[in-house]
Design a protein around this ligand. Structure first.
Ligand SMILES: Nc1ncnc2c1ncn2[C@@H]1O[C@H](COP(=O)(O)OP(=O)(O)OP(=O)(O)O)[C@@H](O)[C@H]1O
Ligand SMILES: [Mg+2]
Length: 264
């Protein structure tokens, strides 16, 4: 669990705090007494097996699901997140595991999906020129390179697509960014693109980030702190500098052996 130093450092300057969060789906307890903190400007990496409850946790933090019991504090205020729009209004943005980009639409359309810029006047026409310019500026500002912003998203690589999804979230003035498996199914080069992007966003400041990951080495490289989830619970939490791939693998291996022995 968290040591005293982590807790006291985090308590002074928190973007998010969840206490004793439980989430049940009928008979399934997806989250069983999960507590977490996210410091301002911090990157928290969440690791864990399939079905451990990682996406469910993110969906609660983004207002998509409501917790069965437990409390959330956003920027120090106790808050029940009623919906994704409510969370968004508090600066919480999420890039989901399944991305939610409209693949046949252009990069700039995707960057402004559901929040198109409209011209002043009686007809409220969509201002394509402004959206093109703003999309190009925004991508440039965070170092995402695409051939041109009119290109349909389906013509981009997986890494570039993920970068557009992240850019869209950042473009909406996110203060808390939640990324669910941003590196899933990516090769080393594409993963490096996203890792660089996240580190650049961190350097710019003002953004706190939770990333669900599956590669231990990449997580320890990018995250300030890691949290390991197993079967709906947080079983380990540590500053990245104070743990290692070997230690994390040992913890997971022990759990796996215990399950096998119990089943035998
Ligand atoms: N909408 C839902 N209805 C019922 N059960 C659900 C629902 N969403 C998740 N679950 C269950 O909750 C548990 C946790 O699922 P979750 O998707 O949070 O896991 P995860 O850690 O994100 O896994 P993965 O690594 O495979 O993405 C699983 O047992 C899953 O079947
Ligand atoms: Mg998941």
């Amino acid at each position: 669990m968290a040591d005293a130093a982590i807790q006291s450092a985090a308590a002074t300057d928190l973007a998010l705090r969840g206490d004793n969060i439980v989430k049940c789906f009928g008979a399934v307890t997806a989250l069983d007494d999960v507590s977490l903190t996210l410091g301002k400007g911090e990157i928290l990496g969440i690791l864990g097996d399939n079905g451990a409850g990682k996406s469910t946790l993110v969906k609660i933090l983004t207002g998509f699901h409501q917790q069965t019991t437990g409390t959330l504090h956003v920027h120090g205020q106790e808050t029940l997140l009623r919906s994704v729009d409510h969370a968004r209004s508090l600066g919480i943005e999420c890039v989901y595991q399944d991305l939610a980009l409209a693949n046949s639409l252009s990069i700039y359309h995707n960057m402004f999906l559901n929040r198109e810029i409209v011209r002043r006047g009686p007809f409220r026409l969509v201002d394509h020129k402004a959206m093109r310019e703003r999309a190009a500026q925004c991508l440039d500002a965070i170092g995402v390179h695409v051939p041109f912003v009119d290109l349909p998203v389906e013509r981009l690589s997986g890494g570039q697509r993920q970068a557009i999804a992240v850019a869209r979230a950042v473009n909406s003035n996110a203060r808390i960014l939640l990324l669910d498996e941003p590196l899933a199914a990516m090769g080393a080069r594409e993963a490096a693109l996203i890792i660089d992007l996240v580190l650049r966003l961190k350097e710019k400041g003002g953004l706190s980030i939770i990333m669900i990951m599956h590669n231990y080495a990449q997580t320890l490289d990018i995250a300030d702190r890691i949290m390991l989830m197993q079967r709906g619970r947080v079983t380990y939490e540590q500053r990245s500098a104070n743990t290692s791939v070997t230690e994390l693998m040992d913890i997971v291996r022990r759990e796996y052996r215990a399950i096998r022995e119990a089943a035998a």
